[in-house]
Design a protein around this ligand. Sequence first.
Ligand SMILES: [Zn+2]
Length: 131
Amino acid sequence: MNTRQIASDYGLRVTHTTIKNIERVAKKFDLESEDLIENAFAINDEDIVLGIYKDIKLKEAAFFHEIGHTIITSQYEKLVHNDEMLIEFQAWIEGLKIAKKYGYKFSNKTFEYILTSVNSYYKHALKVYNK
Ligand SMILES: [Zn+2]
């Protein structure tokens, strides 16, 4: 999958973290090195930073999700009163639409990963609600 090309189609740069560049990437984007393990970020709607993933398929799913974040409008954020969970859901929806556009096929494992991610926001939201 050509992440550079896809990111560029959305006016974004993509950075792939490796064992070799992890310190440099963390410093450049003001992150902790440990944040760059099994994690990805959209920074200022300009950069997609992909951490080190054991499974490249999960990294690809995260890549689409982070692009999704960059195309969420302030209008949407206003609509949902900046609800974090709804913004995360929308980022997955947008990400899936982009993946479909590029003919990307998700494996069963990736699908499970997405469901787990979506459920984790929900669990978090319930915890906050039930405090
Ligand atoms: Zn997210």
